[in-house]
Each structure stands twice: as C-alpha cells, then as structure tokens.
Design a protein around this ligand. Structure first.
Ligand SMILES: [Zn+2]
Length: 234
C-alpha cells in the first residue's frame, strides 16, 4: 500500500474534474454562443424585413387588381351612358362613375403607400444583408477558436486517462474501492495532502496533537485528517 498512489490518482481525477468544469465555461464557448446569437438575431431581422416587403408587394398587387376591376366597370358604365337618353338615368350613371373614380383615387393612395413601404423594407433589407458576411465570419472564427481549445483539452484528457490507467494499476481492487468511496463521500476530493500543518482537503490547520496523530500512522498506511475525515497523505 502506497498512500502516494492514492494522492496521484486523486490529482489526476481532480485535473479531469477541473477540465469538465471548465469546458462549458470557456471564454471561447461564451464568445461562440454570443456570436451565434447575434447572427440569429440578424437573420430574424432580415426575415422580418422580407415579410414587410412581401406584405407591401401583396398590397400593391391587390390595389392594382381592384383598380383594374373598377376601370372595367367604369368603361362599361361610360359605354352605357352613351346609349341613354333619359336625364335621370344619365345622372344615376354619372353618380356611379363618380363613386368609382373616388374609389380609384383611394386605391391609388393605398398603392403609393405600399410602394413607399416596399422601398423602406428593401432599404432595410439591403443594410441588414450587408452585415451578414461579417457576422458569418465572426461565427466561423469563433467556432474555429472554440474547436482549437476543445481539441487541446481533449488531448489533455487523453493524457490524463493514460496516467490514470497507470495509477490504477498500482492499486489493489480494495484500494480502488476505498478510493472511489471517499472520493464520492467528499464530493470529488477524498484524498488530501498534508502541507505543513494544513490539510489541502478542508483547508484547516491541524493542532500539534492532531499533527502527531497523523504522523504516528506508519508510512505505508492511510492516515485520516482529524478535521474532515479525508485520507491525508504526508
Ligand atoms: Zn482535512
């Protein structure tokens, strides 16, 4: 039994834990998320601008259709007017033509407003779309940076796993079971170092008497921190 083998295993596992903890919080992850969110927002604004244009174009078409219908109706009425002699009927027809002209004016106004709207939408779309290549490039660069840092961590993890296999090979099955038990019990760090009179697990200073108790444990046996109960290695 070598207490230092416990410590070696603990150091490896602590490094692995620290990498797992660090991964989702990397500044590169945050930067990539932010760049992706900004790109998504830009695309959403582009979609809204496009919808605005589509709605304006649809309104223009509707106005033109309605105007064409009215023109047809007016042409018919005007032809009718030429065949009518009775002044009363002629008056009624003229009144109807007047109403149609009023409706056409209204449609023309609506179409002009829709044309303005289309123009504004197109200008907005153009200015938003102009930002797109730069935003795309930012996301791509952030993704590349993130990938590089992830790959470096993957390599670190692979090296730690290789070291862990070696460390585990130097321990018996009982030792490993004990190690895993205390690691779980103490939330990841079951084996601590004695640094002077300080326990690296609970960060408490041991009293001289406690220190003597720890030091009295034979070098090939496992001592326990009197403060926290972790395995403590001198
Ligand atoms: Zn302790």
């Amino acid at each position: 039994m070598k207490p230092s083998a416990f410590l070696a295993l603990q150091d490896i596992d602590s490094s692995l834990d620290s990498i797992s903890h660090k991964r989702p919080r990397l500044p590169e992850v945050v930067a990539h998320q932010q760049a992706t969110a900004e790109l998504a927002e830009l695309r959403a604004r582009i979609a809204v601008a496009q919808q605005r244009i589509d709605a304006a174009v649809a309104a223009i078409e509707a106005s033109e259709h309605a105007a064409a219908d009215l023109t047809k109706k007016r042409t018919r009425l005007e032809a009718q007017l030429k065949t009518i002699i009775a002044p009363r009927e002629a008056e009624a027809l003229l009144h109807e033509i007047d109403t149609i002209n009023g409706q056409r004016d209204e449609l023309d106004d609506q179409e002009l407003a829709a044309l303005d709207e289309q123009g504004e939408g197109e200008a907005l779309l153009a200015s938003l779309a102009a930002d797109l290549p730069a935003r795309d490039a930012i996301v791509e660069a952030a993704a590349a940076e993130l990938q590089a840092v992830q790959l470096a961590l993957d390599a670190e993890v692979a090296a730690l796993h290789a070291q862990r296999e070696e460390a585990v090979a130097s321990l018996t099955a009982d030792d490993i079971a004990l190690y895993e038990r205390v690691r779980k019990q103490f939330g990841g760090v079951g084996v601590a170092r004695l640094e002077g009179s300080h326990c690296s697990g609970c960060h408490m200073d041991l009293s001289p008497r406690e220190l003597d108790l720890v030091k009295a444990v034979p070098a090939d046996a496992l001592a326990e921190c009197p403060q926290c109960g972790r395995i403590i290695v001198r």
